[in-house]
Write a protein that binds this ligand. Sequence first.
Ligand code: SAH
Length: 268
Amino acid sequence: MKFNFKKKFGQNFISDKNLLKSICDDAEICSEDEVLEIGAGMGALTKEISVHAKKVVAYEIDEELKPYLQLMELKNLILHFEDALKKPLSDIEKDFENGYKLVANLPYYITSPLIFKFLQSTKIQSITIMVQKEVGERIVAKCGNKNYGSLSVCCQYFGQPKIMRKVPKTVFNPQPDVDSCIVRLDIENKFDESVDKLFKLVRICFKSRRKTVLNNLAEGLNLNKTTIAKLPFDLNQRAEQLSVQQFIVLEKLLHNYLGQDVKVPIEQ
Ligand code: SAH
């Protein structure tokens, strides 16, 4: 079979067998685990996961890969040829009785939306994904660091993300332009409604990184500064100076002082 790689789907397949095994080690997949894989490609990682896990549910957007994936005839594999970003989370999770681990070598342009989507799950146990090196650095960055932003805060609300290994571009076929790394996040905090508000607030605070939190909030919430300045919180800092814990405090203060009717209007 001849296959033409499609750039529009971010197709960079892993060509290194040791790396496939290492990804499963990084995710600590064991025989009790149910695993969700997004972007199965030709199934290199899918096959390795299926050796270690109880069950693998894999999504692939490109129907041309169907013959490759079906030929593997893996007994513990459920395949979906669908866009995992578009499919509602609740539908994706119908395949899992209990919790599941997300493991993926993702196309880089869907990394952030996909992370935000799965952070909204109440069933997910951990996320172990290949990301562009710079995105990995953003995910693990601590407050005060130039890479610290909404992706860092939102991921670190749930646990302590770690860069498990660096991955050079040479292990992919075709080779991407950038280096990568494997990041793992164990989900220790469960998603609830307040997290949704927190995420929106964090995005507003980071809207203009050079502006103070006060200015970003005034603009983002469409409120005047004097009202917001009444909050017992130092709002003259920039968002990158606030720890995850401080964002949580700020969200509660906004909610309590400014009333429940304060809606965060912008979905960015
Ligand atoms: N896991 C394979 C392939 C990685 S390349 C390996 O490591 O070798 C990323 C794969 O994700 C491609 O096959 C691409 O077609 C698929 N993909 C891209 N966007 C997707 C989406 N929204 N939903 C599901 N699969 C997607």
